[in-house]
Design a protein. Sequence first.
Length: 130
Amino acid sequence: MDIHLVVKIIHMTSVALALLIFVLRALTLFVGTQGQQPNPNGRVAFVALQHLSYTVVVVTGVVLLFMKHFDVEPWFYAKIILFLVLLSSQIKVYKKDENILLAQRRAGLVVGSIAFIGLIALVMIKPVFS
Ligand code: HEM
């Protein structure tokens, strides 16, 4: 099989894993919460799988960039910005800090959800800007 296709499949599989963990971890903000803090069950596994999936997405994304000789469409830059928004929102939503209220974490989750939905819409629609 073509190596470009293999890397692309790994890239998209990691995106799917990241999306699954995004949804499952979001539940910890609604089910079994402890006062103003998220449900601590499975925290270590969520952190590990989230780190793994986002790392593989970035590494395979960079490999694909090299394979394409950085010849990208204009929407690719929007994709990177949305990805950075997604990452920074997730860092804030799940930061270990007793002073962050659940309502604030949930607001961050809304931002992250919009970024993730935007990312998926972008790669599906591949808008042409010229
Ligand atoms: C959650 C974030 C991301 C999602 C949902 C996503 C999704 C996808 C999908 C579905 C494809 C296949 C598109 C197609 O060929 O039709 C793809 C390809 C690609 N992605 Fe991502 N990606 C994400 C993050 C990244 C990041 C962070 C980078 C760069 C570091 C990146 C770089 C690339 C490149 C270079 C391709 C190759 C496109 C091609 O071969 O034509 N992606 N991505």
